[in-house]
Design a protein around this ligand. Structure first.
Ligand SMILES: O=C1O[C@H](COP(=O)(O)O)[C@@H](O)[C@H](O)[C@H]1O
Length: 240
């Protein structure tokens, strides 16, 4: 696997390093293309990074925000990944609403909403069906079961190769998620991982051989840069 792995002393150091790298990649994308496209992760780990991003003075009008996955709940629900990012970052700065591209979850049909979001991505990136856009930055986490985005072990979403967005399955509950090929077309993928509960999953993700359908994060092997930023409790057992 061609990747960069850093084990940081603690969660504070993890946030500082991820802020430094993400900021550098934002600057780079804006210099090269006059805009930066970022897909955010949900869960608890990236929240302090979003809070730190909110303290920066960045050209928000050049940054476009997407999500790599979303729980199938209204955007006001405490479980919503969109709500978390808005509260931690987007609502704290003068972020143009037109640059925020949430995954729709207001309908009653997750498959239809996944298709709608895919059509939105095709329009935004001006690509045709069958083509994949290159996000500048995709932020990801992992669960204790080695899922990433909403790509859960042994679920149909892991097999989807011809779509940008599909329906994930968390214990029978639908979620909407970027597909493996969409993530793998990104210029920069960052995994942010904190806590001892992730040790075992990381051991399997970094093992020479393990079943990617059991450990879905193994499927993430982007064309661009892959960064694993771990805190010490998560990364302490890894032989790197
Ligand atoms: O369910 C989810 O969990 C993962 C990991 O979350 P964390 O709380 O352990 O940081 C996250 O990456 C994903 O976006 C989210 O929907």
């Amino acid at each position: 696997m061609n990747h960069n792995v850093e084990v940081l002393a603690d969660k504070t150091a993890l946030v500082e390093r991820s802020l430094e790298l993400v900021r550098a990649k934002i600057d780079e994308a804006i210099q090269q293309g006059d805009r930066c496209t970022i897909a955010l992760a949900g869960g608890s780990t990236p929240k302090p990074l979003y809070e730190s991003l909110a303290t920066l003075n960045l050209p928000w009008e050049k940054i476009h925000i997407f999500w790599g996955d979303e729980r199938y709940v209204p955007p006001t629900d405490p479980d919503s990944n969109q709500l978390m990012a808005r509260q931690a970052w987007l609502d704290r700065v003068s972020f143009p609403e037109a640059n925020i591209h949430p995954i729709p979850t207001q309908g009653e049909d997750p498959a239809m909403d996944a298709q709608r979001h895919e059509a939105h991505l095709q329009q935004f990136f001006t690509i045709s069906p069958g083509e994949f856009p290159n996000f500048d930055i995709i932020l990801l986490g992992i669960g204790d079961d080695a899922h990433t985005a909403s790509l859960f072990p042994h679920t149909e979403a892991l097999q989807v190769r011809d779509r940008l967005v599909t329906v994930g399955n968390k214990d029978g509950q639908p979620r909407i998620t970027f597909t493996v090929p969409l993530i793998n077309h990104a210029h920069n993928v960052f995994f942010l991982v904190a806590g001892a509960s992730k040790q075992q999953a990381l051991g399997q993700i970094f093992a020479d051989e393990a079943d990617p359908l059991t450990y879905p994060a193994r499927l993430i092997q982007p064309l661009g840069e892959l960064w694993w930023l771990l805190d010490e409790p998560a990364g302490r057992e890894l032989a790197i």
